[in-house]
Design a protein around this ligand. Structure first.
Ligand SMILES: Cc1cc2nc3c(=O)[nH]c(=O)nc-3n(C[C@H](O)[C@H](O)[C@H](O)COP(=O)(O)OP(=O)(O)OC[C@H]3O[C@@H](n4cnc5c(N)ncnc54)[C@H](O)[C@@H]3O)c2cc1C
Length: 380
């Protein structure tokens, strides 16, 4: 029987499925991708785009063209609710979509609402498209003087963003007063040597690092900190960690503690076998996985296999997550901080390795001439 496969979100975990859709279409199945944007931006190179090292076109995938060229429909919309008993997706536009098998790769967002209302001068670092707006704002502030830039969050994203804000200012021959508010501390989930190397690299460029304090509220260019301090800012980037997209909790599906779709080791909903998921939006039942693209990328072949098997009613395969992963921080000055197991170092070779890995990923999945596209204003 011919079925309808709906992919929700054209993110990192769906790349292989999107690239190989023609193989599913050949079996006669009907295919649709619903995503909030025609383009998907690769987070691994987002900070490098903020600094001006890469152009936006270098780090994005035209997912609309990718799936249309392979026989699928593309719908630019937002899935706001899932009705799993009648297999219907409700879209923000008011339309409904039926599915036989659905796969979610809806990612995660920065929970900014806890400390600030939406505003033009506070940019969550996800979706990555925000970093384009961030760069434009930063360049315009640098033209006028010495802006005060705040970066919130002492995790890998906060470190990369603050380092690349500095790099953007350097490239413009401008000056910025840059502060990283690191919350409980810098790179707390990584060995102290990783944090020390990153801190050394940032401090020698006069980037201020505040440890042991977090922002409690921000409004109108003023950020209140838990230690009683108030910091002025012209532009702030929020890298406060991420939470999965809320659609699963809103739909009453089984979820993990952070609201991610609870999946078994087939990457399949524990309650609805025709629903699958990958990337930041899932909670892996055996043990929650870190919210890093590495796992999303590794889930790709499993999702491709299991979606096809689910349509064709053949056996599913298991996802076995690797225990640890390679971390390379882009420090914006042509260097990186490298960490894999007990190998930790800082220097140019680390960035060369990161750039090589990232460019290889882009080459594999940028199949629609994205690098030659003109940049059009768009929403994610
Ligand atoms: C600044 C920064 C740098 C990072 N660098 C690295 C790195 O170097 N290496 C690494 O491993 N990880 C890195 N990460 C982590 C990485 O971004 C995430 O783990 C990764 O993006 C997860 O991919 P994803 O496909 O699950 O989600 P996303 O990349 O968020 O993609 C989700 C997609 O779904 C779409 N979507 C969302 N909601 C809906 C909806 N309701 N309906 C339809 N479509 C929807 C979105 O438009 C988007 O296209 C970084 C994160 C940040 C913030």
């Amino acid at each position: 029987m011919k079925k309808h496969l709906v992919l929700v979100g054209g993110g990192h975990a769906h790349m292989t499925v999107m690239l190989r859709l023609a193989e599913i279409a050949q079996k006669g199945h009907h295919l649709t991708l619903v995503s909030t944007s025609s383009h998907h931006y690769y987070s691994g190179m987002g900070p490098g785009m903020l600094s001006g090292n890469y152009r936006p076109q270098d780090i994005r995938f035209n997912v609309k063209k990718m799936v249309q060229d392979r026989g699928a429909n593309f719908i630019e919309d937002h899935v706001i609710r899932i009705d799993p008993s009648s297999r219907i997706l409700h879209l923000a536009s008011g339309k409904n979509l039926n599915y036989d098998v659905a796969s979610f790769n809806t990612g995660s967002g920065v929970p900014l609402e806890k400390i600030a209302a939406k505003s033009d001068d506070i940019l969550p670092v996800k979706p990555i498209i925000n970093l384009i707006k961030g760069r434009q704002k930063l360049l315009s502030l640098l033209e006028k003087g010495t802006p005060k830039i705040l970066v919130l969050g002492g995790g890998p994203a906060g470190v990369e963003i603050v380092a690349n804000v500095w790099a953007a200012a350097q490239k413009q021959k401008g000056e910025a007063d840059i502060t990283l508010v690191s919350g409980s501390g810098l790179l707390k989930k990584h060995p102290p040597k990783v944090a020390d190397l990153a801190a050394y690299s940032l401090k020698k460029r006069n980037i201020q690092i505040l440890q042991g304090a977090h922002v409690t509220h921000m409004e109108n260019g003023k950020a209140n900190l838990s230690n009683g301090q108030t910091l002025d800012y012209d532009l702030a980037f929020a890298a406060l960690g991420v939470t999965p997209s809320p659609v699963f909790r809103d739909s009453g599906l089984p979820v993990g503690p952070d609201g991610g779709l609870m999946v078994n080791d087939h990457l399949q909903s524990v309650a609805y076998p025709e629903i699958f998921g990958g990337g930041d939006c899932i909670c892996f039942e055996k043990h929650p996985l870190p919210k890093v693209g590495v796992y999303a990328v590794r889930e790709n072949p499993i999702l491709f296999h299991n979606l096809l098997s689910s349509l064709e009613e053949t056996p599913l395969i298991h996802f076995e997550p690797q225990e640890d992963y390679l971390l390379i921080l882009n420090m914006g000055d042509g260097t990186g901080v490298f960490h894999r197991r007990n190998i930790i170092f800082h220097g140019k070779p680390a960035f060369i390795i990161k750039n090589w890995i990232d460019q290889r990923f882009m080459k594999t999945f940028q199949v629609s001439g994205e690098r030659n596209e003109n940049l059009e204003p768009e929403q994610d």
